[in-house]
Design a protein around this ligand. Sequence first.
Ligand code: NDP
Length: 523
Amino acid sequence: MALFVLDIYLDCWKARFRIYSEERDVDTLQDPNKSAGRNDAGPRLGRFLIDGNWIEPSSGSVHLCTNPANGEVLGTLGEASTAELNAAVTAARRALDSGPWRNMLPNERARLLWRVADAIETNASELARLESLDQGQPLSLAMNMSVLGAAEHFRYFAGWCTKLDGRVPSVSRHDAMLYTRRVPVGVCGLITPWNFPLLIAAWKLAPALATGNTVVLKPAEQTSLTTLRLAELMHDVGIPRGVLNVITGAGPTGQAMTEHPGIDKISFTGSTAVGRSIVRASAGNFKRLSLELGGKAASVICPDADLNKIVPKNIANVINNAGQVCGALSRFYVHQSLHDEFVERAAAELSSVRVGAGLNKTSQMGPLNSVEHLERVDHMVKAAIAEGATPIVGGSRLDGIYASGSFYPPTMLEGVTEDMSVAREEIFGPVMPIMTYNDEEEVISRVNNSDYGLSASVWTENLARGHRLASHISAGAVRVNTVSGLDPAAPWGGMRASGWGREMGEEALEAYTEVKATWIGLE
Ligand code: NDP
């Protein structure tokens, strides 16, 4: 049954990126047991890409990046100083205002982005291995979702370069006409989290560059390796100097970007708490903001749901990237009539999930990304148990052979109530808090009574009920009988504390452009 879960999980991603449905053979990865050294991230590890040059950090301050599966040090990263941030912003401004980027035709920009996608695919095995080492993802997830997904985003937005049309609005004037154009916002500061570093960098870079902006990108300090390698590939395929600048560092570096007067827009994916601080910091120069923040996705299991179909899909979602997914199902509303059977079946599947290092090809679920995060998840589960929840599966940290990494077992908690933090706050771990409900009106009200509004899934064999619940649930994305929801063409983003704006799809073009009106006198 566990293998069945894995198959569904892979099918979800293959279906999302159909063009790559022939899964890359992860066997082709070289020496999967080798530990990562400097060469794994190319010669650029520990440097910044500023104005087309790889710069050694000036400050002595460094961060260690570690393999979450065993604590091994993978390399060191620099902390960008104010001078280095200023240099990156200046380079991005110069590239925006003059030079080849500004003068590049839309079809030339499209070709360049297409070449980025090709370079990602050519180096897919290396990137997947690096992501697995640094983030902890099982190789199949790193390959099919992170790496090939990133390539697909560049292809999708390459297509938009030649379709950024304006309008000719019907103004009520004889003496003038008006046309609008979409112009770049300017210098964009892109700040990414540690859960899908390569993919989320692509979510932001592809539309930002397709629409003619220039960027300064800061990945999360825990997982910067694939972003640095991507930058190297982009540089090598001919992205002009200054268009893409990458600096590394921790929270203060991100904060300095959000306060920087030379940055016109921040696109941030991360926690709601940091999102709030970015709103305050951006007031200085009225930066445009895109905020993709936390989520608390509900799984609503209706009385007519087919458990044979839906249990494996729910479990696949819970273990996907060890639950470190903004759209992860993390509160389960099971109709009272199905509760016992759902719990029994889901517990059986959850117990058989194979946990292990991402590079181990038999692993279905990898470690959490850091010891700090492991402690946070463990603390939330312990608090729920102390408040009266019962662990049916898992419920405490793994030891023995797992002790050197940040592994947490798939966990199911029963007897959860709405007032528990495990039911209200983002867990970002492989944890299923189970609650029951009696009728549709009740479950809609409980699902919507959340600070978050990113996504939800509804499971039913009744088409009308599916549409009805989808229409009443207040979230950026509602999925009926599926946990799929990510595609370069599908807008993604949240309501309320889950953020502002949408990434992906045509909607992402709005986030990276301003509408400019031009009036032409006719007399
Ligand atoms: P954080 O908010 O801690 O960090 C995100 C990024 O912001 C990191 O690069 C971080 O740097 C940086 N940062 C930290 N402090 C500041 C600051 N004051 N100003 C500017 N930047 C700052 O999030 P996590 O990395 O922990 O990521 C997990 C979160 O991301 C979860 O809440 C998850 O839901 C959310 N997320 C949302 C998605 C969505 O689409 N809605 C998708 C994926 C994740 P550093 O880490 O180096 O300190």
